[in-house]
Design a protein. Structure first.
Length: 356
């Protein structure tokens, strides 16, 4: 029996399961999925969990069941590519014939002293729960500092402003305008919404140090009752420690078939893979579709395709609270209620029509 091991139950590996189960898994292949928690988490919605506008249960999706699918719950601490084994925190060793690494990302603190120690995170469901507890327990008129004005920071700020209008939310951004990956008029729309909802934008910020309750912007201390870090990501520590070629962001450089060049049986999906796009759930799913084609070809003893067409991304949707949003769909900017409805629809379809 050949063992396909999937590390991480994120969007990429969920799509692999969806394509192989129940009827496209060869009789001689068994799947082992390793994750910290016993369900798939909708990571794109962690901001809402942290802000207190959705429950923990709302952003969990059950893993599928199949006679040749086994789950192993625990923390991956090391991958031995030469021995074809995965070591877990409790000392368990799992052997693989084929491996798909989908361990996701962690916050990147850019060597800012105190940032990791004194800020909260929305990069995992465990950390998002802690962030929710902190934010929901703040007394009225408290100040919340959010570092980083990309999509995560903007969605968290807006959701928190609706959930706790009694709080003062400050969004610290290095640039001239927030959401620089979007057209300027979308950024302006979001900034206007922020102004109307009392969110302060601190432009050209440079966080030089963090202490308990204090954020230093250009070395100037600013009191914050809670600080959330959304200023960059990096591949998980386990992937960073792999002795393989990586790009400038620490992501693993892969062949056209999405495997590590020296290891034909080891694939990398999602945030840890070096791809010509920004990391996203959509990208991980598109990559997973191609990985499944490669696996099925190799299992049949056939050569996989030498190259694949570029992964098509449908666009990006962001929310501003529960009623407004923004987005770029087929290169067309959208603002207002329509993108928010679209995002809700996409989320509903994912949760309830995922094929399990």
């Amino acid at each position: 029996m050949r063992n396909l091991v999937l590390l991480g139950g994120g969007y990429g590996n969920m799509r692999i399961l969806l394509r192989l189960l129940p009827n496209h898994l060869p009789e001689n292949v068994h799947i082992t999925l390793i994750d910290r928690v016993p369900y798939h988490c909708l990571k794109t919605e962690y901001y809402a969990l942290a802000a207190g506008t959705v429950s923990d249960h709302d952003i969990r999706v059950p893993f599928p069941e199949h006679p040749r699918l086994t789950y192993c719950f625990g923390e991956v601490v090391r991958i031995d590519l030469d021995a074809c084994t995965v070591l877990l925190h409790d000392g368990t060793t799992v052997a693989y014939d084929d491996l798909v690494i989908g361990l996701g990302c962690e916050d990147k603190y850019h060597n800012v002293p105190g940032a990791e120690q004194f800020t909260h995170s929305i990069q995992s469901i465990e950390k998002s729960r802690v962030t929710y507890q902190t934010l929901s327990n703040l007394p009225p008129q408290s100040t919340v500092g959010i570092v980083g004005a990309g999509l995560s920071g903007v969605e968290l700020a807006s959701e928190l402003a609706e959930s706790r209008p009694d709080l003062h939310v400050m969004l610290f951004d290095r640039g001239e305008r927030i959401l620089p990956m979007f057209p300027e008029r979308l950024s302006q729309y979001v900034e206007t919404w922020f102004h109307e909802h009392g969110i302060s934008i601190v432009r050209h910020s440079n966080i030089t140090k963090v202490e308990e309750g204090i954020l230093y912007n250009h070395d100037e201390p600013i009191h914050c009752d809670a600080i959330v870090w959304t200023a960059g990501i990096q591949p998980s520590r386990v992937v960073r420690e792999l002795n393989v070629e990586k790009d400038g962001q620490g992501r693993v450089i892969l062949t056209n078939q999405h495997h590590i060049p020296e290891y034909e049986n080891v694939y990398v999906v999602g945030d840890c893979a070096s791809l010509p796009y920004s990391p996203s759930a959509q990208l991980a799913e598109g990559q997973a579709e191609q990985i499944v084609q490669v696996l099925q070809s190799r299992w049949r003893g056939e050569e996989p395709p030498n190259e694949f067409p570029p992964i098509k991304l449908k666009g990006i949707l962001g929310s501003l609270g529960k009623k407004h949003g923004f987005g770029l769909v087929a290169d067309r900017p959208l603002t207002g209620r329509v993108p928010r409805l679209l995002k809700s629809g996409v989320l509903w379809m994912y949760k309830y029509h995922n094929g399990y």
